[in-house]
Design a protein around this ligand. Structure first.
Ligand code: PBG
Length: 334
C-alpha cells in the first residue's frame, strides 16, 4: 500500500526523514546551534583560603582563590568564552552584608585584578545581592518581623553596585528580586559616574529547589524562613512577564530567566515580549543532576548538557549562564 493512501495526505508531500538521512543534511537544516559565544561562566571566589576548595555538590566546580580565579578566567578567555559572572564568599558576614560594598571586599578585589589583567577581553559580570554576605542568609535587610525590608535593601544594593562598577565590573546583575532594584541601581551607577556599566536583571527568578548546591558553594544557610516572599512562585508564568516588563521599563539592558530547563515556557514568553537580550541561568541543581547521573553511568553527561542547553537557546535565550561553560567551549571550539 503506498504511503500516501495509508495516511490520506495529498501527494506529493514532504517527508521530514529525507532531511535526517546524513549528518551533513542535518547540519544544513539545523535551526539552533549553541555557540561558545553564548556562554557565561559562573565563578566563586572565596576570601581567606590558600588553595581552591572543591564544592562537593558541584563536581568540577571550586571556590577560587583570587589567584586561581585569574588563571581560570584566562583559560576561559583562551577558550573563547565571552563572559564570566562572579560570586563572592566573604570571610566575615553581618546583618547587612556590608562586605558586598566594601571596596576591599573579595569580589571587588577580584574584579580589580581581572580588569587590570584582561582589560576588555572578557565581560566581567558581578552578581549583585547580599545573601552571600549576610549572617542570616537572606537577600536583604531584615525588618522586625523577619521579612526582608524591600526599600531599605535598595539602598545597600546601590552601594554594592557602585563598589562593583568602581572595581571594574562591566555588568551588574541584581539577583535579589527586590521591587525597584533596577531603577535604584541605574540611578546610583549614573550618579557615581558609571553610565556605561550595564544591568543584567535577574528578572524572572523563581523560588526554586534547584539552588541547593549553589548555597553550598557560597556557604549560605538561610537561618529562618525561605525566599518565597520575594522570589517567584513556580506555579506562575504570567507574573514573570510583569517582572520582566517592569525591569525593562526601569532600565534593564538585559533580562534573565532562572532556572532554565524547568522554565522554557517562561523563556519563550519573555523572548516574545521584549527586545532586549535575554539570558537564562542553568542553575546549580540542573548541573548537579546531570553530573550525578553521569557519575553513575546512567546518562551521557556531555550529551545531556548539550541537549539541555541547546533547548534553552531554542526556547529563545540569547546567552546561558552555565557551570558547563568551559567543558562546552572545549567541545564546541571558539
Ligand atoms: C542570589 C543567587 C542565587 C543564585 C544566584 N544568585 C541563590 C538564591 O537565590 O538562593 C543561584 C544560582 C545557582 O543555583 O546556580 N545571590
Amino acid at each position: 500500500m503506498p504511503f500516501v493512501d495509508s495516511v490520506s495526505v495529498p501527494f506529493p508531500t514532504q517527508r521530514p526523514r529525507r532531511l535526517r538521512r546524513t549528518e551533513a543534511l542535518r547540519r544544513l537544516v539545523a535551526e539552533t546551534a549553541l555557540r561558545t559565544d553564548d556562554l557565561v561562566a559562573p565563578l566563586f571566589v572565596r576570601e581567606g583560603i590558600d588553595e581552591p576548595q572543591p564544592v562537593p555538590s558541584l563536581p568540577g566546580v571550586v571556590q577560587h582563590t583570587v589567584a586561581s580565579l585569574r588563571t581560570e578566567v584566562g583559560r576561559l578567555r583562551d577558550l573563547g568564552v565571552p563572559a564570566v559572572i562572579l560570586f563572592g564568599v566573604p570571610a566575615r558576614k553581618d546583618a547587612e552584608g556590608s562586605e558586598a560594598w566594601n571596596a576591599d571586599g573579595i569580589v571587588q578585589v577580584a574584579l580589580r585584578g581581572l580588569r587590570d589583567e584582561m582589560g576588555e577581553d572578557v565581560v566581567l559580570m558581578a552578581d549583585l545581592c547580599v545573601d552571600e554576605y549576610t549572617d542570616h542568609g537572606h537577600c536583604g535587610i531584615l525588618a522586625a518581623g523577619g521579612s526582608v525590608d524591600n526599600d531599605a535593601t535598595l539602598a545597600i544594593y546601590q552601594r554594592a553596585a557602585v563598589a562593583q562598577a568602581t572595581a571594574g565590573a562591566h555588568v551588574c546583575a541584581p539577583s535579589g528580586m527586590m521591587d525597584g532594584q533596577v531603577a535604584s541601581i541605574r540611578s546610583a551607577l549614573d550618579g557615581a559616574g558609571h553610565p556605561d556599566v550595564a544591568i543584567l536583571a535577574y528578572a524572572a527568578k523563581y523560588a526554586s529547589a534547584l539552588y541547593g548546591p549553589f548555597r553550598d558553594a557560597v556557604d549560605v544557610t538561610i537561618r529562618s524562613g525561605d525566599r518565597k516572599g520575594y522570589q517567584q512562585d513556580w506555579r506562575n508564568s504570567r507574573e514573570a512577564l510583569v517582572e520582566v516588563l517592569a525591569d525593562v521599563a526601569e532600565g534593564a539592558d538585559m533580562v534573565m530567566v532562572k532556572p532554565a530547563v524547568t522554565y522554557l515556557d517562561v523563556i519563550a514568553r519573555t523572548r516574545a515580549a521584549v527586545n532586549v537580550p535575554l539570558g537564562a541561568y542553568h542553575v546549580s541543581g540542573e548541573y548537579a543532576m546531570i553530573a550525578a547521573a553521569a557519575e553513575r553511568g546512567w546518562i551521557d553527561g556531555p550529551a545531556v548538557a548539550l541537549e539541555q542547553l541547546t533547548a534553552v537557546k531554542r526556547a529563545g535565550a540569547d546567552f546561558i549562564l552555565t557551570y558547563f561553560a568551559a567543558e562546552l567551549a572545549e567541545a564546541l571550539g571558539g
